[in-house]
Design a protein around this ligand. Structure first.
Ligand code: ZN
Ligand code: ZN
Length: 278
């Protein structure tokens, strides 16, 4: 599988255009590695993960077309991950090749699917809505998709999802937004899925070097704790690649500094346009 990162920032973007704090002032003057749009990714040009407000900007920045996308996985309805008017770009009014456009299956929690189907933007957008249950395995073309619950509060009736994407004997785990996975949770992952190894782990690193005790995102410390718990149950091995992803501008320094800090722990840092093969 080939994965490309379309965006790698948290909610406010990095730099946040309204912030002149030290990280944002540095980033706006720096090169592209320090400019992060809101998080999304695409696998094999076919599976898009998340549909936030920067999808158009990301595709223009990276020179990408989404016309071959056949599956959209949505983690949750926070505005940096789901901007429902995006669906209108698929409607006949806005799409010159509407007749040639493939149907796109949309997987998300039932609550998110309801939000989409209630919106006029999803009408006649050639989408197939598929409410998805955590721990079920869904077959899609040559892939298997397994949603699992995130440790991330969205709203009263909505719990975020993270996704395992499997093709042949390779597995990607896309895990933002989420806080730490404790020992009980990683055992639940093993018990409720048939997974035995993650080849590429993409994990929430939003809070970076803050001392925040907010539990819905990872700090550097809780990131490392989660990695260690995943190793204990055998889901990560020596050959697994680990990527820190989804950065807030508050407590994450510029890309080069951040890369050094994670590199010491054998972890890579995502940036907009990063492409990896597993
Ligand atoms: Zn987010
Ligand atoms: Zn969120």
């Amino acid at each position: 599988m080939e994965i490309t990162f379309l965006g790698t920032a948290a909610f406010e973007g990095y730099p946040n255009p309204f912030c002149d704090g030290k990280h944002c002032s540095f980033a706006i003057r720096s090169d592209n590695l320090d400019k992060r749009l809101r998080s999304a990714a695409i696998i094999d040009n076919k599976i898009l993960i998340d549909f936030g407000p920067d999808i158009v900007a990301s595709c223009q920045k990276l020179g990408l077309s989404l016309s071959e996308v056949e599956l959209l996985l949505i983690t949750h309805s926070h505005e940096d991950h789901l901007y429902i008017p995006n669906f209108a770009m698929r409607q006949r009014t806005f799409n010159e090749n509407f007749d040639g456009l493939k149907y796109m299956k949309v997987m998300a929690s039932a609550e998110v699917i309801n939000l989409i189907s209630d919106s006029e933007y999803s009408v006649d957008a050639k989408i197939l809505l598929n409410p998805s249950e955590p721990f079920n395995t869904y077959k899609f073309l040559e892939y298997e998709i397994i949603p699992v619950p995130a440790n991330h509060y969205v709203k009263e009736k909505e719990r975020g999802l993270l996704y395992f994407i499997k093709k042949g004997d390779k597995t990607i785990f896309y895990a933002t937004d989420t806080g730490a996975f404790d020992e009980v949770y990683v055992e639940t992952l093993v018990r409720n899925t048939s997974l035995n190894n993650i080849d590429l782990l993409i994990l929430d690193a939003t809070l970076g070097f803050s001392r925040s005790n907010y539990t819905g995102h990872n700090t550097f410390e809780s990131f490392l704790g989660t990695v260690s718990n995943l190793r204990k149950v055998g889901l990560l091995s020596e050959t697994s690649k680990i990527i820190a992803h989804h950065f807030s501008h508050h407590d994450n320094p510029n890309f080069h500094k951040l890369r050094e800090l994670y590199f010491e722990k054998g972890i890579l840092v995502s940036y907009d346009g990063l492409k990896l093969n597993v």
